[in-house]
Design a protein around this ligand. Structure first.
Ligand code: HEC
Length: 155
C-alpha cells in the first residue's frame, strides 16, 4: 500500500512540474515568434490593439505619427501601407522577416538608425514589435473591439 502512495505522490509531482513547464515554453515560443500555429485574424487583431499599437503611439508617433506634417526620415508609422512604402531609406518592414526589417533593426539600435533616438524601447517592447513583424505585421482595416473596451477611434 505505501508503494501505491509513493507512486501517487510521484505522479502528481510530475503533473505539477509539467503544468509549470508547459506555459513557460509557450510563452518563450511566442516571444521569439515561433508559434507552430499561426494566430488567427482575431488573435492578431487583439495582439495588435493591446500590445503593438500602444507602443507605436507612445514611442514613435511624436515624430512619425499622423499629426506630423513632415515625418522624420520621411517615414510615417501609422499604417501598414506607410511602413511598407517606408521612408527615405526604403521599406521599413518586410512582413514575415524581422531580420530584413529596417524598423526592427532601428529598435535594436542597429548600425543605421537607433529608434527612438532618446530612450530605447524595453526588451519586452522590442520582443512585441519583432514578433508582430515576424508574424506578418497584421494591421486591422478598422480599429477593433478587444474585450469590453474600444481601444482607439477608427483610423
Ligand atoms: C524624437 C523623434 C523620433 C522618435 C520618437 C522616433 N523616431 Fe524614428 N526617426 C527620427 C528621425 C529624425 C529620423 C531620420 C534619421 C536620419 O535621417 O538620420 C528617423 C528615422 C527612422 C527610420 C528610418 C526611416 C528611413 O527610411 O530613413 C525608422 C525605421 C524609424 N525612424 C523608426 C522609428 C520607430 C519604430 C520609432 C518608435 C519605436 C521611432 N522611429 C521613433 C526621429 C524619431
Amino acid at each position: 500500500m505505501p508503494r501505491l502512495l509513493n507512486l501517487l505522490v510521484l505522479v502528481s509531482l510530475f503533473g505539477a512540474i509539467l503544468a509549470c513547464a508547459l506555459p513557460a515554453r509557450d510563452l518563450y515560443a511566442a516571444d521569439v515568434g515561433q508559434l507552430s500555429n499561426p494566430p488567427n485574424p482575431e488573435q492578431s487583431a487583439e495582439f495588435f490593439e493591446k500590445q503593438v499599437r500602444p507602443i507605436l503611439v507612445a514611442r514613435c508617433y511624436e515624430c512619425h505619427g499622423p499629426e506630423i506634417s513632415n515625418a522624420k526620415g520621411g517615414l510615417r508609422i501609422d499604417s501598414r501601407a506607410a511602413l511598407l512604402k517606408g521612408g527615405d531609406t526604403g521599406a521599413a518592414i518586410v512582413p514575415g522577416n524581422a531580420k530584413k526589417s529596417l524598423l526592427v533593426d532601428a529598435i535594436n539600435y542597429g548600425d543605421t538608425y537607433q529608434m527612438p533616438p532618446k530612450r530605447r524601447l524595453s526588451v519586452e517592447e522590442v520582443a512585441v514589435l519583432t514578433r508582430w513583424v515576424e508574424q506578418g505585421a497584421f494591421w486591422p482595416e478598422r480599429s477593433v473591439r478587444v474585450g469590453a473596451a474600444r481601444y482607439w477611434p477608427l483610423v
